[in-house]
Ligand binder design. Sequence first.
Ligand SMILES: [Zn+2]
Length: 333
Amino acid sequence: MEEKVTVGVSYFGVRDLRHVDEDLEEMAQAGLDTVVHTFSENDLAYYKGTLEEIVRLSKDHGLETFVDPWGVAGIFGGEAFSQFVVEELDARQVFVDGALAPAACPNHPKTRAFLESWVRHAADLGADGVFFDEPHFFKRDPTRWACRCSVCQDLFRQEYGEPMPDTRTPAVQEFQLHSLQRLIEHLAQTAHALHLKTSLCLLPREEELQHWETFARIPALDILGTDPYWVRLGLRETAVYAHVHRFAQHIKTLADQYQKEPQIWIQAFLIPAGTEEDVRQAVRGAVDAGVFNLMAWSFRATAAMSYIRPGRPEVVWQTLLEAFREAKHTGTP
Ligand SMILES: [Zn+2]
């Protein structure tokens, strides 16, 4: 059976509808199917109406439209600040040394209520779905980890029948992933009740692979993915292909087992000049593993964000679009 390849990008940073419209037109012309709009706490506070218009415009351009809790509560991935973390000190994650971490605790009832309200606002926008990106606990370095707040300590004692250790033992790691799983399960259920599709991207951490199944099991989850980026790992060429292919295989296996749609995110930021062909290797690695829902971070190779702009954004963007087109036309690039 021929499966259809769908491709898309994330989009952020532009809130002027004239420019958004032009960019969406460019996406449609380039043959993209999907757009993920960041919907940060800043957007929630000051741009909700604008986002509603952006979502409508996206659908007018024929794009399936997701929104992303970008950096919300410091729990999801994204270069955005959190007002919730600033205001709700008692919901903060607590470092092992007792200091407050700059992120909210996924187990705190206030955090759950806040994120649930984010999902309701996302539904108000008229989006097709929500995209939960890289849920994680705050970690500054291996020794200074969070969270050992009173809520986490109580939950840990209930689940494991012993006090929470002050080192990040395998039990603590497992507890944290189960905590994130419970949060995502709750948010996915909330989203489904509001007729939103749900998508989750897991961080490609080697030591966490054994726990991915707990996320795949979430009944209200539609799309399961990961983002095996390679530049910070120093990988090149066939090593990029192998890296993406391996994580794509993990996702594909779990997705098949639990009837989810597998998705892979392709790195389209921070690509050094001269290594643009690695983007094509990544697309090929994902497709060869049987993953046909491909997304890239981000539109126009993230040229607008100096922090992670590639050496030659235009070359990255054209290479990505070419690889996407090849994947769509032939099934393999
Ligand atoms: Zn906690």
